[in-house]
Design a protein around this ligand. Structure first.
Ligand SMILES: Cc1cc2nc3c(=O)[nH]c(=O)nc-3n(C[C@H](O)[C@H](O)[C@H](O)COP(=O)(O)OP(=O)(O)OC[C@H]3O[C@@H](n4cnc5c(N)ncnc54)[C@H](O)[C@@H]3O)c2cc1C
Length: 619
């Protein structure tokens, strides 16, 4: 059993559920095959299990350092970066023309699941590739050759530079200024904070995409432009030139992600910070949204990956740790203590974690696959998948990160007191996970994006299309006998989601705007809860049919429960599919009902949180 990702589950979601092999029929991905992906996953798994896991702990203990104005990253990260970079593992989704492998985005996301939990390390290569991709899509040919090539090659780093002391969630409040020069370049001045990978001793140069306002441009997000600001200027022959006037002034001391250098930065202290416009003036937010969308899906992946590694560690520990006799032996004074996986409360935690991990993995893969489906199709079909991706991004980011955090917390619970100690990695999983609900737009901001923008986009067409996809799979599997006790639960919950969408529209018509706004986060939870339930039901539908075939092929009498149990304990694939049905059933019976109570509380239209005065919060 791997300790980071359940490879069997990964394959199941990619090939049996999403059927990504359909992409091989399209022109864009016709050169690719499952064999190529399998080899990449094998390599990724081997590197991340053997070198990534030890570097995870060491990076946390050593941490990033700031000395004499320079930033140093943990040495173990450099070694890991070299091994992975040499194997092309950071540029799988980059087009072959630009030196990548042209893999579908969903495969890139699935492969990255092996290291996404280690964000202390991951932010260095991913910020570099993400910034390079911005230049790939929006840069001039000259900018691509000057900056992007070396960033994709893993020689130069990158960042995303938005946040300022008074401009966090409210990016439009930024004060960083750009002044146009006679040669067409800009001089940038301002202070930025919380910039991941702002500097380090891994890359020889760092290219910062910086949001700033050109002198005289309007206030708010509409007046923002984006500039490429290199740490070192680049000569015409590609060699490094003079040091640019951009400096790290310190790094944060954080509760987690300690290996990641989160930098405060000063641009233009000496009035000489060179920047080049990327794209058009005042298009900064639109351009940066490409990187933010990718990063938000990346955060959803951080949630799924961390939940997975925490679950697998918890499961392993539960099979190993012997404590207390079984409840079945409570009357037997001679009974021996058993592994804690035998205790009902531990099993309850494990199945909660299992079902969430499998659904969160499916959610982030689906979100990425929607991008591939869009790329591989045209016209209305392409538009439909783009819309579904847009709708799913805030849910993937926020729900996966919140649930990921809860899974890590349960992993600690399974370890008992040991889980609270640094001898085991689970406490670090939880510390490192927390940030994901905060950066890339807090989860509160994600919920406002969902309710305020994404649900209403194209007059609700994206939401309706998504409901259509849900209903399609429900119709496919609703008559399966083994799922008859949960199919109505799932169907009702999907109908409830549709009703809540209509209810918010009605609130708008009646001028009750504050009901959706004040309840945006509960609504995101409702939609996340139902989406995960649907994804698990879909998985259980496939698994039920496969299991039926396996039983038939092996002559198993399904009415004989003992024989079925014995068969499952011997037959790996049967155990896997059986586990899928249990995940869906547990979720439908124990987690999905929460959607109803969320709906009830939202529909109560109670706005106590707005009515209570500031003074009444505490006397
Ligand atoms: C480790 C780390 C790495 C980071 N990396 C980067 C990076 O690489 N680049 C970068 O630019 N930034 C980065 N950030 C910054 C991060 O994106 C911000 O911290 C985040 O966007 C929130 O901004 P803030 O901290 O100023 O919180 P605030 O904006 O002050 O928010 C505080 C609280 O108020 C809520 N809130 C604010 N406005 C509203 C509203 N309108 N409606 C409802 N609720 C609201 C928020 O949800 C939150 O709960 C990083 C931060 C950290 C800690």
């Amino acid at each position: 059993m791997g300790l980071i990702v359940d490879r069997r589950d990964q394959d199941f979601i990619l090939y049996e559920m999403l059927k990504i092999q359909d992409l091989f029929e399209t022109e864009k991905f016709s050169e690719l095959s499952k064999d190529v992906f399998d080899m990449t996953f094998d390599l990724m798994q081997q590197i991340c299990e053997e070198e990534g896991l030890p570097a995870y702990t060491e990076g946390d203990r050593v941490g990033a350092k700031f000395e004499d104005g320079k930033v140093f990253m943990p040495e173990c990260y450099k070694k890991l970066h070299k091994v992975m970079n040499d194997s092309g593992l950071f540029t799988m989704a980059v087009s072959p023309e630009e030196g990548g492998q042209g893999f579908p985005y969903v495969v890139d996301i699935a492969a990255r699941e092996y290291y996404a939990f280690n964000m202390g390390f991951t932010l260095y290569p991913e910020a570099a590739v993400g910034a390079a991709h911005l230049i790939d899509v929006h840069g001039t040919e000259a900018q691509k050759r000057k900056y992007m090539d070396k960033m994709y090659a893993g020689e130069w780093g990158g960042t995303m530079v938005l946040t300022e002391p008074d401009a966090g969630s409210d990016v439009g409040a930024l004060k960083t200024k750009a002044v146009k020069q006679p040669d067409g370049s800009y001089r940038i001045s301002g202070q930025k904070i919380f910039i991941s990978s702002g500097d380090n001793d891994l890359f020889t140069n760092v290219v910062h995409p910086v949001l700033a306002r050109i002198e005289g441009d309007p206030a708010g997000t509409k007046g923002i432009s984006i500039f490429l600001v290199p740490k070192f200027m680049v000569n015409d022959d590609g060699s490094l030139g003079a040091r640019n006037d951009v400096h790290v002034t310190g790094i944060e001391h954080k509760m987690g992600l300690k290996g990641s250098a989160t930098c405060s930065m000063s641009f233009g202290d000496n009035g000489n910070c060179y920047g080049e416009l990327l794209g058009e003036e005042r298009q900064g937010m639109k351009i940066m949204f490409q990187m933010m969308n990718e990063a938000r899906i990346g955060m959803g992946l951080q949630g799924a990956s961390t939940a997975s590694v925490a679950y697998l560690h918890g499961l392993n520990y539960a099979k190993d740790r012997v404590q207390s006799t079984s409840i079945k032996d409570m009357m037997n004074p001679d009974a021996k203590p058993v592994a804690i996986i035998n205790h009902p409360d531990v099993r309850r935690m494990l199945i909660w974690m299992k079902s969430h991990v499998e659904a969160m993995r499916a959610l982030v893969y689906l979100c990425a696959y929607a991008i591939d489906r869009k790329e591989a199709s045209e016209g209305e079909e392409a538009e439909k998948w783009h819309g579904i991706m847009e709708l799913l991004v805030p849910i993937t980011k926020a729900y996966n990160t919140d649930m990921g955090f809860r899974v890590t917390e349960l992993a600690i619970q399974i370890y008992g007191g040991y889980g609270f100690c640094q001898d085991y990695p689970v406490e670090q999983f939880m510390r490192d996970m927390k940030i994901a609900s905060l950066y890339e737009g807090t989860n509160g901001i994600q919920s406002l994006d969902l309710v305020g923008r994404k649900m209403n986009a194209k007059k609700g067409a994206n939401f309706i299309n998504f409901l259509g996809e849900m209903n399609k799979t429900l119709a496919d599997y609703k008559d399966i006998e083994t799922l008859s006790d949960i199919s109505k639960d799932v169907l009702d919950s999907v109908n409830l989601l549709g009703e809540m969408g209509m209810y918010f529209v009605q609130c708008g018509k009646e001028g009750k705007f504050m009901v959706p706004i004040a309840n945006s986060y509960p609504f995101l939870n409702l939609m996340g809860n139902i989406t995960l339930g649907w994804l698990l039901f879909w998985q259980a539908g496939i698994a039920s049919r496969k299991l039926e075939e396996i039983y038939k092929e092996n002559g198993v009498d399904v009415s004989d429960k003992k024989a079925v149990r014995a068969f499952i304990s011997e037959h790996k694939d049967a155990a896997f599919y059986d586990g899928k049905i249990h995940s869906a059933r547990y979720y439908a019976k124990h987690v999905l009902p929460q959607a109803k109570s969320l709906a009830e509380s939202i529909k109560s239209e109670d706005l106590t949180c707005l009515k209570i005065s500031d003074e009444s919060f505490a006397s």
